[in-house]
Design a protein around this ligand. Sequence first.
Ligand SMILES: Nc1nc2c(ncn2[C@@H]2O[C@H](COP(=O)(O)OP(=O)(O)OP(=O)(O)O)[C@@H](O)[C@H]2O)c(=O)[nH]1
Length: 308
Amino acid sequence: MSWTDQARNGRLLIVDDAMENIQILNHVLGEEHEVLFAMNGEKALELAREQRPDLILLDAVMPGMDGYEVCAALHAAAELRDIPIIFVTALTTPEDETRALESGAVDFITKPFNVAVVRARVRTHLTLKRQSDALRELTLTDPLTGVANRRSFNDAIENEWRRCGRSRSQLSLIMIDIDHFKLYNDAYGHQAGDACLKQVAHAMLHCAGRLPDLVARYGGEEFVVLLPQVDQQGAETVAQRILEAVAGLAIPHRMSPVSDAVSVSLGVATVLPGEHGDAHQLVRAADQALYQAKAGGRNRYCVARLAG
Ligand SMILES: Nc1nc2c(ncn2[C@@H]2O[C@H](COP(=O)(O)OP(=O)(O)OP(=O)(O)O)[C@@H](O)[C@H]2O)c(=O)[nH]1
């Protein structure tokens, strides 16, 4: 795909208090990109949250919340801080430009602007955004199964621990282990083992694929499902669903002493994240419950009981 093709079709948010400027930029960019617009800072933040644009063109001087404040608010929000911002402004001194770049903008365009320059800069920043998104995706994804990797899970559980702590809501975790997977590899070969891991991972995504749920590969044949704002009963429902979904795959496992088909054991833990304890406590509890499920005969889930 060419440089130009890659940059096409990005979603832009234009923020300017003058409709005339929005119209001009829309005229310049609207053919190639999806364009959203806001006429003040508050609306810009609302749209950024709801629509997740790929790039923001931001006027520096606006009544109420100015461009610098919008920039600071975007950077303060973890889910918005990766959206690149280009300041588009009539302020032209080196100090203005420096202030914009220091407040987190990636670029600075002065008004009156040259149409070709605006187009080219927008394409450049959209291309860079795509590349950094792809790179981030690679570092957070398990290459075999396509679900999140352990690093991604570690970040998520820390974030959700804090978030659930603030909102006084429960956080649940399920640890899942494929039963007698070594025997499966021995019987059917490593490639079949890989295919089995993929199928099991995809089945779990169907059981807990809503945001902010997270399915991750924790290790070789071990997976975790993180369920923010889900109580124990909800987590048990998901665990039961996973048991049934994996059984429903009906992947033959002739060496398994547990079942004719591939099965899983699961450990469920739920906690109300408080001032005491940390995310590791939840992981340990789910791991102990998983151990119980294995010791109890596998192909089942067990629940850990934890104080908040
Ligand atoms: N095919 C394949 N096998 C893997 C992968 N990662 C780990 N494994 C295998 O998973 C097996 C895990 O073995 P064990 O830890 O003994 O677990 P188990 O055989 O499932 O036994 P239980 O958990 O006690 O039921 C090992 O044989 C690993 O080689 C992978 O990416 N692909």
